[in-house]
Design a protein around this ligand. Structure first.
Ligand code: NDP
Ligand code: HSE
Length: 432
């Protein structure tokens, strides 16, 4: 092999960084064959030098300060695998690009907040900004959007974008386990973010959705446009009622072209049991993309953890080694513009509502009156068990209504005597 090696500096040696190093080592020959040159890790940085990371650091330069990687003339590409939307991760990527190095990152928080600026910096420097690992773990969805589906006008995309939440919802359903115990397990398995509220409050999925929307619709990443709702309020009872009604609860990210602009939202959804996405369980993610020429395409794979994420980081490094250069968000960064925002209040669709109600006559008549006053019609009502004067769950499914009407009706229902908790609403999405 005559071509010079691609010299890689890795910042962050946690789940993703150590995993990346392992794959680079385990598949060194295969990668060199595919790239036509060696992919050579030369330096690393993390906080605790003496920590056992399950991979040897022999032969690698250690940098206490990750910014040293960005300044090192012996490094061609910096892999930023630390995390965080600002601070050291942002400083490192900006400096690396300014110093003429390619940047690979798994950091969706950084891209969701500064994606457009970083893409412009990369373009100015004539270097790559690659981030396959930032969205849906091992699924090559960024490559699919920027390359494989590039001939299409994308009409909508949606999917399960957070492995931790999907793992929690799956374990609750199949094992009847408590939310907090399953979250602790997901943390131990290396799936969760440093601050797991990013996972369970829908923020991480929102970061990923904003990146997907920018890549699909060719605009600036606009995290502020994403409506966010997480899974904290989803109970085991909701999961059981959903199954009884023929649905499964999934945290979905949805980005869609509408007449008013691009709708971007993350929230728990009930999807029909027969929908392919309903059976995507555990740490698996899935992304469905609809294009005007191709129709519907479905991508599925592990969304978090060492192996899948390292697979995506190394694929980006391989592209760089091959000299394969694509604009970060599929169009030249100088042409990235703000995507028009479609307000969630205009969304129209059916939904499920759970009320915690004092079991006595007359209360439901008041609920029905509020729905009638907002022109919302009921599809079904379900009460399990009887407990006079005690609190029981009553669930309803409602026919298609606008989000604005629903929110007004639910606010009114919450004020009725005998409704003891705020009504919980889960939108039903059939993607028909
Ligand atoms: P970890 O917490 O496992 O690893 C973070 C690493 O960064 C650690 O090695 C830590 O050092 C190092 N680090 C933290 N602060 C500094 C600093 N100031 N200087 C140098 N090194 C520092 O995180 P993950 O590997 O899970 O995540 C890394 C990135 O990848 C994040 O952006 C995350 O969102 C993203 N990601 C994670 C996935 C996953 O499944 N875990 C999947 C897809 C993306 P030390 O070890 O010494 O403490
Ligand atoms: N915490 C993230 C998840 C990691 O659970 O999906 C992968 O991006």
């Amino acid at each position: 092999m005559t071509a010079s090696p691609l010299r890689i500096g890795i910042a962050g040696l946690g789940t993703v960084g150590a995993g990346t190093l392992k794959v680079l080592r385990a598949h060194a020959d295969l990668l060199a064959l595919r790239a036509g040159r060696e992919l050579k890790p030369v330096a690393v940085s993390a906080r605790a030098r003496g920590k056992n990371r399950g991979v040897s650091l022999d032969g690698l330069r250690w940098c206490d300060d990750p910014l040293q990687l960005a300044a090192d003339p012996e490094i061609d590409v910096v892999a930023e695998l630390i995390g965080g939307s600002d601070g050291i991760a942002r400083g490192l990527c900006e400096l690396a690009l300014r110093n003429g190095k390619h940047v690979v990152t798994a950091n969706k928080a950084l891209l969701a907040h500064h994606g457009a600026a970083l893409a412009r910096a990369a373009e100015t420097a004539g270097r790559a900004l690659a981030f396959e690992a930032a969205v849906a773990g091992g699924i090559p969805i960024i490559k699919a959007l920027r390359e494989g589906l590039a001939a299409n006008r994308i009409t909508q995309l949606y999917g399960i974008l957070n492995g931790t939440c999907n793992y929690i919802l799956t374990q609750m359903r199949t094992e009847g386990r408590e939310f907090s115990a399953v979250l602790a397990e997901a943390q131990k398995l290396g799936y969760a973010e440093a601050d797991p509220s990013f996972d369970v409050d829908g923020i991480d999925a929102g970061h990923k959705l904003a990146i997907l929307a920018a890549s699909a619709f060719g605009g600036e990443v606009d995290f502020g446009a994403v409506s966010l709702e997480g899974i904290r309020h989803v109970t085991l009872a909701d999961i059981r009622f959903a199954e009884e009604l023929g649905y499964r609860i999934k945290l979905l990210g949805i980005a869609r072209r509408t007449e008013l602009g691009i709708e971007q939202r993350v929230h728990p959804c009930m999807v029909p049991l027969a929908a392919p996405i309903a059976s995507v369980d555990g740490v698996y993610n899935a992304v469905v993309v609809e294009g005007d020429s191709v129709g519907t395409t479905v991508f599925e794979g592990r969304g978090a953890g060492e192996g899948p994420t390292a697979s995506a980081v190394v694929a980006d490094l391989l592209d760089i080694a091959r000299g394969h250069k694509i604009p970060a968000f599929g169009v030249p960064a100088a042409r990235l513009a703000k995507l028009p925002r479609a307000p969630l209040a205009k969304r129209k669709g059916p939904c499920y509502v759970r009320l915690m109600v004092v079991d006595r006559p007359g209360i439901f008549a008041a609920v029905a009156a509020s729905l009638r006053d907002h022109q919302i019609s009921m599809e079904s009502v379900l009460q399990r068990g009887r407990a006079p004067d005690a609190v029981v769950p009553v669930v309803m499914t409602l026919h298609e209504a606008t989000e604005a009407a629903l929110q007004q009706a639910l606010a009114e229902i919450a004020r009725h005597d005998g409704i003891v908790e705020p009504p919980r609403m889960i939108r039903i999405e059939t993607f028909a």
